[in-house]
Design a protein around this ligand. Structure first.
Ligand SMILES: Cc1cc2nc3c(=O)[nH]c(=O)nc-3n(C[C@H](O)[C@H](O)[C@H](O)COP(=O)(O)OP(=O)(O)OC[C@H]3O[C@@H](n4cnc5c(N)ncnc54)[C@H](O)[C@@H]3O)c2cc1C
Length: 389
């Protein structure tokens, strides 16, 4: 048992950090202003091997060595140190949407999308949440009806419904959409579909103005009589809920690791700031109240990091209790990160409250981690169900 990353993962961290410093930090302001990462960044991430960690080598990725979830956590942490909105755009495409195609896609679906997504030549979105159903995935109302004859070719599907808060919606070349194929069957009546952008009947709302993640594109998605062939079914009909729940595990590890990234960056930057700051002629670092605060932040960060990488490692090893570690890590890291970043704002004083400062951006961005990918309350419910069934 070890609490340190392997040399392979430490090497990968160095790769991610260098990429983040050279390619991501310089474009953060541009991305935050434009509401999306710059187009060229996708290809650069693809070329650097950052989008293919779960993709088999046949499709240009690097999966198969083991430790993939841990690598995704490392990437999430490092990208987030620069910018949560850019990080989540990449993570949603490569590690929240694309895994559905990698794991459940037909050979034709994989041929069409998997290599392109790993190369950063295509972007994916995952559309599950609806205006009336977020935490309650089984309660989604988007309907997929089989059409036997008449207007559409036999065996095709027609999708109708609305999806809400969909990351990458305005950029995506392909959406993985969850829909009810058998409304009477509860969670067993959900199926996922591959919906290419531009399919007639598929439309996106305007970008939603968000508290944070300004550089990610989030929109409502409308499916109005979207006609799809049988070949659009992704995975097994009626197994969509399980496929979505399964994908949530990596998604939650990535979100927990994003929390670690925000917290680590906040602690580093505020430590540097207080080192150089004098108040009433004395260095701030001479005051025990400040020194102890930094130490307490470090303890919380360490706990969040250990829990996050333990969860990633358990996921990588197929540990039977992986889902509990993932829920605990997602809950703890998101909350700890929000506290650490808030403490950092406090120690910056007025300089932490200026909208354009990096610390203010981290403060805006970290809040969503307690909501997206399953709220705090849902993680607690996962754990509570085991304790008091
Ligand atoms: C910026 C952003 C990006 C997003 N990106 C995507 C995306 O790409 N794809 C996608 O499909 N979704 C996405 N989401 C949706 C996100 O996953 C949901 O917002 C989240 O799961 C919560 O669902 P909800 O908003 O419907 O809240 P609700 O489910 O309505 O929850 C409201 C409150 O009730 C609590 N609650 C709900 N159920 C229970 C319960 N059983 N017990 C106790 N408390 C409960 C919740 O914890 C919460 O506090 C995104 C959201 C945002 C804000």
């Amino acid at each position: 048992m070890t609490y340190d990353l392997s040399e392979v993962h430490e090497d990968f961290r160095r790769t991610c950090r260098a990429f983040t410093d050279q390619r991501v930090r310089p474009v953060v302001l541009e991305a935050e202003r434009d509401g999306r990462p710059p187009e060229r960044l996708w290809k650069e991430m693809g070329d650097a091997g950052l989008l293919g960690l779960l993709t088999p080598p046949d499709f240009g990725g690097s999966a198969g060595e083991g430790g993939e979830a841990t690598a995704v956590a490392v990437l999430a942490e490092e990208l987030t140190r620069a910018c949560g909105g850019i990080a989540v755009s990449a993570l949603v495409s490569a590690y929240m949407a694309a895994p559905h195609l990698v794991r459940h896609g037909t050979p034709a679906q994989q041929e069409h999308w998997v290599a392109a997504l790993a190369a950063g030549e295509a972007i994916a979105a995952i559309a599950v949440t609806e205006p009336g159903a977020g935490s309650d995935v089984a309660g989604i109302g988007t309907r997929a009806r089989r059409t036997g004859s008449g207007e559409h070719a036999e065996g095709s599907w027609v999708l109708d419904g609305r999806k809400m808060y969909i990351t990458n919606a305005g950029l995506a070349d392909v959406l993985v959409v969850g829909a009810k194929t058998d409304p009477g069957a509860g969670h067993r009546g959900i199926t996922t579909f591959v919906v290419p952008a531009g399919t007639p009947g598929l439309s996106m709302g305007r970008p939603l103005a968000k508290m944070g993640w300004h550089s990610s594109d989030t929109r409502e998605v409308v499916l109005d009589g979207v006609v799809l062939g049988e070949d659009a079914v992704l995975g097994v009909e009626g197994r969509g809920f399980h496929q979505i729940m399964d994908a949530f595990q990596l998604e939650r590890v990535a979100l927990a690791a994003m929390g670690v990234g925000h917290a680590a960056e906040a602690l580093d930057t505020v430590t540097e700031y207080v080192r150089g700051r004098e108040v009433a002629g004395e260095p701030l670092t001479g005051r025990q109240a400040i020194r102890h605060r930094l130490a307490a932040m470090e303890i919380e960060l360490e706990a969040a990091r250990v829990m996050t990488y333990k969860a990633a490692d358990r996921l990588d090893r197929g540990h039977p209790e992986a889902d509990r570690s993932v829920a605990a890590a997602k809950y703890f890291a998101a909350k700890a990160a929000a506290w650490i970043v808030d403490e950092a704002v406090q120690l910056f004083g007025g300089a932490g409250y200026l909208e354009e400062t990096p610390i203010a951006r981290h403060h805006r961005d970290v809040r969503i981690l307690r909501i997206g990918g399953g709220t705090d309350e849902i993680q607690l419910e996962i754990l509570a169900k085991r304790l008091v069934p």
